[in-house]
Design a protein around this ligand. Structure first.
Ligand SMILES: Cc1ncc(COP(=O)(O)O)c(C=O)c1O
Length: 430
């Protein structure tokens, strides 16, 4: 029987930890230390974390204010029944409702984005007494069975051994760069074509669930599209569930992405950084009206955990005091200018809304043919070797997803852009 060195964490990880997906080269990175936008693996290799720990550490890794708040809370109270509450939990609810669009008034805490979306779907069905839910093409709302029902990606849906429920349906969204016309107005017209008929053919629609700006591929629909969809759904009494799990808490250069469009959702869902990185915290906020008939049936055991809430509260305060929402907006512009300035033939589109978005890579800028899988893997590997932690996503799997902590500096972005320049040139020549 072979034994594993008790100090070889990477070997122990391979032996004991189950991961449904990782990139074949360089992953997983077992991180031993993290600070701000930088992380170090168990071998001491340094990385610039352009994933913010999977879009969570909005104020930066191990922010001292979060560490202090969490440390204090650990010595006061950790966990209480969902029937009761704790000071940080109540204060976090108050803070969120104060910052969120004025249409939501109360917060229900759970433990993850998928679960919080399921709570939202349940609330919408209970309130309207209707079963159907519309979701956006390319939308992502989580991988538990209920949230998968409204997640568009076939790859993920198939993982649940289709078919899922038949009552939910997708509605098209404008993808300006790949639309027939290539213009915002044309893309909006294409996406709206037939939409009213689609809604009319589903008279039992309780709600539309949507990210105001789609994180997968960084798709921000033109404002005209959101205005039209919002009008059409209101005329039919269809609720709007805004999934701000990823777009919330400053990511898009506004505290919530709904603000870009003046959207007033009936239900708003948050997660990811809501715990300041402590974990296991998500929220479903709803209007007083919708809350009235809401019956959860149960409350998630760890929903609203005191330590997670203290971490989240400290993170939100850091975001506000350090003006990180404004920094996200400015750094998104810097990313955009620096990426276009490379004039690289493989850069087809650059889409940043604050620090959500990315760079779409193509083999040919005229035809917009997606860059090949082999080249994309090499790009990722090359960036990884240079200490750049990124992920690749998008409808066609060709968007470098760049969502660092909101505290990133222009100098750190320039460091990434320099690595990208070397990478694209090297991979093209290989
Ligand atoms: C928009 C959106 N909704 C829901 C989820 C699911 O959240 P969780 O992974 O915490 O269940 C995610 C996670 O990436 C997300 O980006």
């Amino acid at each position: 029987m072979s034994s594993t060195d008790p100090d070889d964490i990477e070997a122990l990880d391979r032996k004991y930890v189950m991961r449904p997906w990782t990139h074949p080269k360089g992953e997983p990175v077992i991180i031993a230390k993290a600070k701000g936008c930088t992380v170090w693996d168990v071998n001491g290799k340094e990385y610039l974390d352009l994933t913010a720990g999977y879009f969570v550490n909005n104020a930066g890794h191990c922010h001292p204010r979060i560490a202090a708040a969490v440390t204090k809370q650990v010595n006061e109270v950790l966990q209480v029944s969902g029937k009761h509450g704790t000071i940080p939990m109540v204060k976090l609810a108050q803070k969120l409702i104060g910052l969120a669009p004025k249409s939501v008034h109360k917060a229900f805490f759970s433990t993850g984005g998928s679960e919080a979306n399921e709570v939202a779907l349940k609330m919408a069905r209970q309130y309207t007494k209707k079963p159907d839910i519309a979701y956006l093409a390319n939308g992502y709302h989580g991988l538990t069975l209920g949230s998968l029902e409204v997640t568009a990606s076939e790859k993920y849906r198939e993982s649940a051994a289709k078919p899922l429920g038949k009552d939910n349906y997708a509605i098209p969204i404008p993808y300006v760069y790949r639309s027939k016309s290539g213009t915002p107005a044309g893309a909006v017209a294409e996406a709206l074509d037939g939409l009213e008929r689609l809604f009319d053919s589903h008279p039992n629609t309780a709600a539309i669930i949507a990210e105001p700006i789609q994180a997968v591929g960084g798709l921000a629909p033109p404002a005209e599209w959101w205005a039209a969809v919002d009008k059409i759904r209101k005329e039919r009494g269809i609720l709007l569930i805004a999934d701000e799990v990823q777009t919330g808490l400053g990511r898009t250069g506004k505290m919530f992405a709904c603000e870009h469009y003046g959207l007033l959702p009936d239900i708003l869902v948050g997660g990811k950084g809501l715990s300041g990185g402590v974990g296991s915290l998500a929220v479903t906020c709803a209007s007083d009206e919708i809350v009235k008939p809401f019956f959860g049936g149960t409350t998630p055991t760890s929903g609203g955990n005191a330590v997670s809430a203290a971490g989240g509260l400290a993170m939100i305060e850091a975001i506000i005091d350090e003006r990180l929402v404004e920094n996200a907006a400015a750094m998104g512009r810097h990313f955009t200018e620096a990426a276009w300035a490379l004039k690289d033939p493989w850069i087809g589109d650059v889409r940043f809304i604050g620090l959500l978005g990315g760079i779409e890579l193509v083999a040919d800028r005229n035809s917009k043919a997606v860059l090949g899988k082999t080249e994309l893997a090499k790009v990722k590997d090359h960036l990884h070797d240079q200490g750049m932690l990124i992920t690749i996503s998008g409808l066609h799997g060709n968007v470098l997803r760049l969502q660092p902590p909101l505290s990133i500096t222009a100098a750190q972005i320039d460091q990434f852009i320099a690595a990208l320049k070397t990478t694209l040139t090297a991979v093209r020549g290989s």
